[in-house]
Design a protein around this ligand. Structure first.
Ligand SMILES: [Zn+2]
Length: 393
């Protein structure tokens, strides 16, 4: 077996073809600007980028129906409604949508294969994280659920216990649904409370099917939760569960629509909070999963000011080359963005000046996220042999 490299990164510009068009919020420019920023800062120096490849149909069928795949392929040439959630405002039909979505899924599979084969312990696909796609329907900008496809493949290729952690502001409903009754997969989603945000699922009471009680974990955070509150909730829930579950690998959906400037949701994190999240995910992979970490992208609709900086931190963290928050934005990147969008006010550094320190939860209810913490702990901790009321657990 080769000596593991620090991390594998899957990327080329073909991934920009997943383009829902017009003024759709999921504009692939965010990926292009991320790679440009990371490159200019030297984050990708010496990293050989893996060339994306399409997932074969057999792999898509792990989590999607043949009917649905046929509808996705047929939709661009079909004058009538093909159903399956396609052709809506959220999931408009676009030319080559099957091949573009297959490329995203294949890229997450390629990243997964790097870990399974021992080439690397950490792998990143920032174009992935399409966590809302369901077996038979497109949903929430997601055509094929690359997260679920990669997890399913890993379960057939040497991994029996996989923890999926979803930090997107929206509930990771598609992945939860795919493995709801599978005791080999622990899904943990932290998100804005479903009473206040689409898709309206992800309450603590969703704990898994009969064969996997406790295998689905949901932390429903109140609107305006900040870095300190989000991290307090994460720390009070996630490490204990990983310690009990003992995964062999972490798969994480790293959506950044939790940011205070994101136009689609109402949490209030900063890129400094995001950076702290990535460092926690890396540490947890080291302590609980043999260092194995498959990091995928996700939501994030502040295309220029937030996503590129946050995911540059993600790439740097995965590559073990953390970037100081006060690092100035490189002039070349600023010039290119100003030329394309002169009216935009651009951040001067890779920081928002956020403070990612937090007070650990102590079993009390002092902070506004503590109700969310106790609801989740009481719903699932006993199912893992943990005491929900004891902050040492
Ligand atoms: Zn989202």
């Amino acid at each position: 077996m080769a000596t593991p490299t620090d991390a594998a990164v899957v990327w080329n510009s073909a991934l920009l073809d997943y383009d829902l068009g017009g003024s759709h919020p999921l504009n692939p420019v965010r990926l292009d600007l991320t790679i440009r920023l990371a490159s200019e800062l030297g984050v990708l120096d010496g990293v050989s980028l893996l060339v994306p490849e399409q997932a074969p149909e057999a792999e898509l069928l792990r989590v999607h129906s043949q009917d649905y795949l046929d509808a996705v392929k047929r939709a661009p040439g079909e004058p009538f409604d093909v159903g399956h959630g396609l052709g809506t405002d959220d999931n408009p039909v676009f030319e080559n949508m099957h091949s573009a979505a297959s490329l995203v899924a294949g890229s997450s599979l390629l990243a997964a294969r790097q870990i399974a084969s021992g080439v690397t312990k950490r792998a990143v696909n920032i174009a992935g994280g399409l966590h809302h796609a369901m077996r038979d329907t497109a949903a929430g900008f997601c055509i094929y659920n690359d997260c679920s496809i990669a997890i399913s493949w890993l379960l057939d290729n040497g991994f029996d216990r996989i923890a999926y952690i979803d930090t997107d502001v929206h509930h990771g409903d598609g992945v939860q649904a795919a493995f709801y009754d599978d005791p080999r997969v622990l899904t943990i989603s932290l998100h804005q409370h479903p009473m206040t945000l689409w898709p309206g699922t992800g309450t603590p009471s969703e704990t898994g099917g009969d064969n996997a009680q406790g295998g689905s974990v949901n932390v429903a955070l109140p609107p305006m939760t900040s870095d300190a509150g989000w991290l307090r909730a994460f720390d009070a829930v996630v490490p204990s569960l990983l310690g009990a579950f003992q995964p062999q690998l972490l798969v994480t959906q790293c959506g950044v629509d939790t940011h205070r400037d994101d136009p689609l949701a109402d949490l209030a994190l900063t890129v400094d909070g995001h950076r702290a999240i990535y460092q926690r995910l890396r540490d947890l992979a080291e302590h609980h999963a043999g260092g194995n970490w498959l990091a995928l992208g996700g939501g994030g609709y502040q295309l220029v000011k937030v996503v590129p900086r946050s995911w540059t931190h993600l790439l740097a963290t995965a590559l073990g080359a953390d970037i100081a928050p006060d690092t100035p934005m490189p002039q070349g990147w600023l010039r290119a963005v100003r030329a394309a969008a002169p009216q935009l006010e651009l951040p001067p550094t890779l920081s928002d000046g956020g403070d990612p320190t937090c007070q650990p939860w102590g079993g009390d209810s002092e902070h506004r996220v503590d109700e969310a913490i106790t609801s989740t702990r009481r719903a699932v901790f006993p199912l893992h042999g943990l005491d929900p009321d004891d902050p040492r657990d």
